[in-house]
Design a protein around this ligand. Structure first.
Ligand SMILES: [Zn+2]
Length: 296
């Protein structure tokens, strides 16, 4: 087990309690940014897995150690969790929970990607602006933008789906809270954002974060066995108002799966069918190519 740094734990608890006061559910994290408390259901080393047919427990057993399911806004519960994890040096903030329904946009700076530029390009293409909101700086120079989502919509977690270097933390995910100490350093609030509340996520960005709507079944079924035909069909059956978003989404999936160049013409054709101009469609496909790290 890691060495115990009482001062770091006390600080992390203080930051966690103040986050909880703002309505954010928190849980203790270890130096590795992982939940500090181990699962109470893990079988002892060498023993066969206990009751593999039992449905997974999300904390119903009453014991701590269920990852993000441990997160709480109750100060007494938070103190209990930290007392059980004296090696904790940070805290996680559960996303997707009321009242904020937090969505974290994680802009990574490692691996040579300029995720801030990628976000700016997404914003230009989809006509949204990131409102003034809470920003947390990571020890590696990255940034976490905090946004609030509407109730009733579960934004899924994703890594690099929006654009290279941009991860999304939504329902079931958590963000490392400001004031947390990890192996690589301390997470801090960006100057001038501490007094802000998480701003509502712009609608156009929210559409990109949500899984695409299922194509209508009334349209002709995709030809079986033709790779990418489903994507083309998905674009072809788009209504006005979702044409560009669908085309962008489909083109990203095409490039990610190595079908970009081959599908560009069929996707253009499908977009023309929906009434999108050729110039618009070409620009969207080119943007999807760049976004996924390809040459348009
Ligand atoms: Zn349990």
């Amino acid at each position: 087990m890691a060495t115990i740094d009482r001062q770091a734990t006390t600080l992390a608890l203080a930051h966690a309690l103040s986050a909880a006061e703002r309505g954010l559910a928190v849980l203790p994290l270890s130096r590795t940014k992982l939940p500090a408390l181990p699962s109470p259901h893990r079988a002892p080393r060498g023993a066969p897995d206990a009751a593999p047919d039992r449905p997974p427990c999300h904390g119903e057993c009453g014991r701590p150690g269920h990852g993000v399911h441990d997160a709480s806004t109750d100060p007494a519960r938070i103190r209990e969790l930290f007392a059980a994890a004296p090696w904790a040096t940070g805290y996680g903030i559960a996303c997707g929970r009321p009242p904020h329904h937090l969505i974290g946009i994680d802009l990574d700076t490692t691996a040579g990607t300029d995720s801030s530029a990628a976000l700016r390009e997404l914003a230009l293409r989809h006509l949204f602006t990131i409102p003034p909101t809470v920003v947390v700086r990571t020890p590696s120079g990255g940034r976490h933008l905090w946004l609030s989502g509407p109730p009733g919509l579960a934004v899924p977690n994703s890594a690099g789906r929006l654009a290279p270097g941009i991860d999304v933390r939504g329902a079931g995910g958590y963000l490392v809270g400001p004031g947390s100490r990890t192996r690589h350093g301390v997470y801090t609030l960006a100057p001038g954002t501490a007094h802000l509340a998480p701003a509502p996520c712009p609608q156009a960005l929210l559409r990109l974060l949500l899984p695409p709507p299922r194509p209508h079944r009334s349209v002709a079924p995709a030809a079986p066995g033709v790779p990418g035909q489903g994507l083309v069909q998905f674009v072809r059956s788009a209504h006005e108002g979702q044409r560009n978003t669908r085309l962008f989404w489909a083109a990203c999936r095409a490039y990610e799966n190595g079908m970009g160049p081959g599908l560009a013409e069929p996707l253009l054709d499908a977009s023309r069918h929906t009434g999108l101009t050729e110039a618009e469609a070409r620009a969207t496909i080119a943007s999807a190519a760049r976004m996924t790290g390809h040459r348009p």
